[in-house]
Design a protein around this ligand. Structure first.
Ligand code: PLP
Length: 493
């Protein structure tokens, strides 16, 4: 027999969620003001309060909530701050964050009939409508762009195997003699990893050279496919970027699709960052007809500001997807209800969607947060957000062009603007590199504006990516002001 105190020790709090959340809310609202010094940096203040061996006796709900409110939240990672323009990921807005909590409590296990399941399916349809996919596409929410790209490429692998007369999902990939996937050279590194996981191998990727403006050489692509076919290798897919994370450029998707389809290959599009860019008519043409691609990855946890952990994969032929991710039958999942049962339990029937469409089995209803955002701001709200962020990149470019000490390294296409500080008297590339590294470090340390860096034509670039829902033209100006101020200080010394 367990003693009374052991039973008490086991019991996690199971009621008064309102009280628990209320304990955290003032700290969360304070965090969302992003004021004062960044306390994540002050590791000496938070780590000692959190670090300890596995406790034998639980501290109880109150102690946990106190640590969350007083230590974890105040020292949180400020990626949703207005001045943060470092990554393509950003913090959630308020309604999807609240929806995420609601879903985690009341819409767990997305496959079963419930409003959560219904909203998940509706959110996928809304996403498809928003970016111009035809109704034929099958969508699935996954953890992010990395998995969404893997879902698309798994369908591509299935397509290629079945054309050769075998089922790679069932029988493995030995039937592929030297598989090949082609992509313009700025392909995101998660695509390479997906090829590794899918058994095609990272070395299956053939990078197609691009000209100075980042346009892939389509003749070279065509030649590479022909050569590979002639020599007995197995071309599988062409992977395009709808928004490269370095500069934001968009591959010529229609042209790449024509080349791919001419050889019977799959055309996959990585739109994890830039897919929503199609909402701005200034660049919409560059996306071509997304309804004609074979698969597409898009990340609601980026431009849409869903809580982190939400990507979406779309595939035109959903049956292919179901074969790529088929789950074998299992004795313990049996949902066949005898016909004479009048009122079946919801646990007797799956809702919309299909567990055979991704890597997941148990999974949260991520679509509830996506529904919440689109219901809150509508398609028009999302178009306005994308437009504002493209304006931000153009504002930075304008100010860079107007300043003698700044150099534009790539004309903005989406919401990224790559530039550097380049005073005329500094000629050595090493010195320029050191100066811009120092500027970046100083700007980021001041914490008002947080850009990141990349390399453009092998030059170190200051790279703001405007994507945060709290970020607008004031932050675009602030970034340029911060860079100029840091440069002035550094050049004085
Ligand atoms: C972010 C991103 C990825 C990876 O997606 P995660 O959501 O980080 O898993 C892949 N490709 C592009 C273009 C991206 O922007």
């Amino acid at each position: 027999m367990e003693s009374d105190s052991e039973q008490r020790a086991e019991r996690a709090r199971t009621d008064d969620l309102a009280g628990a959340v209320a304990r955290l809310l003032p700290a969360l609202d304070e965090f969302l003001r992003f004021e004062g010094p960044d306390r994540a940096l002050e590791r000496a203040l938070w780590q000692p309060r959190l670090e300890e061996p596995l406790p034998e006796r639980g501290a109880g709900a109150g102690a946990v909530l106190e640590l969350l409110a007083e230590v974890v939240i105040p020292a949180g990672l400020r990626i949703g701050a207005p001045g943060f323009c470092g990554w393509v990921t950003t913090g959630p807005t308020v309604v999807p964050a609240a929806a995420g909590l609601a879903a985690s409590v009341a819409a767990a296990q997305k496959w079963w009939q419930s409003p959560g399941n219904f909203l998940e399916a509706q959110a996928l349809r809304w996403l498809g409508d928003l970016i111009g996919l035809s109704e034929r596409f099958t969508g699935v929410f996954v953890s992010g762009g990395a998995q969404a790209n893997l879902v698309g490429l798994a369908a591509a692998r299935q397509h290629a195997g079945e054309r050769l007369g075998f089922d790679p999902s069932a029988d493995g990939v030995a039937g592929f003699q030297e598989p090949r996937v082609y992509s313009p050279e700025h392909v995101h590194h998660v695509v390479l990893r997906a090829l590794g996981v899918l058994g095609l191998g990272r070395s299956a990727l053939v990078k197609i050279a691009c000209d100075r403006s980042g346009r892939p050489d389509l003749d070279r692509l065509d030649d590479a496919i022909r050569d590979d076919l002639r020599e007995g290798r197995v071309p599988i897919a062409v992977a395009a970027s709808a928004g490269d994370v370095n500069t934001g450029r968009i591959d010529p998707i229609d042209r790449l699709r024509e080349v791919a389809h001419a050889h019977g290959l799959w055309l996959h599009v990585d739109g994890a960052y830039g897919g929503f860019g199609v909402l701005d008519e200034r660049v919409a043409d560059q996306f071509g007809d997304l309804g004609q691609v074979d698969s597409l990855a898009i990340d609601p946890h980026k431009w849409l500001a869903a809580p982190i952990g939400c990507g979406a994969g779309f595939v035109r032929d959903g049956d292919l997807l179901a074969r790529a991710f088929a789950l074998e039958p299992s004795d313990y999942v049996d949902v066949k209800v005898p016909p004479d049962v009048a009122l079946p339990s919801v646990f007797d029937s799956l809702g919309a969607g299909d567990p055979d469409h991704s890597l997941e089995h148990s999974a949260p209803s991520r679509g509830v947060a996506v529904w919440a955002i689109l219901k809150e701001i509508g398609a028009a709200g999302m178009r306005a957000r994308v437009r504002r962020h493209l304006d931000c990149a153009r504002r930075v470019a304008e100010r860079v062009r107007a300043h003698p000490d700044l150099e534009l390294l790539a004309e903005p296409v989406l919401s990224i603007c790559c530039f550097r500080c380049h005073p005329e008297r500094i000629r050595s590339s090493g010195e320029l590199e050191r100066l811009n590294r120092a500027i970046l470090a100083e700007v980021r340390a001041r914490g008002r504006s947080i850009p990141s860096s990349t390399r453009v034509h092998n030059k170190l670039a200051i790279r703001p990516c405007f994507i945060g829902a709290r970020t607008g033209l004031a932050e675009a100006d602030l970034l340029v002001d911060e860079v100029l101020a840091a440069a002035a200080r550094l050049l004085q010394n």
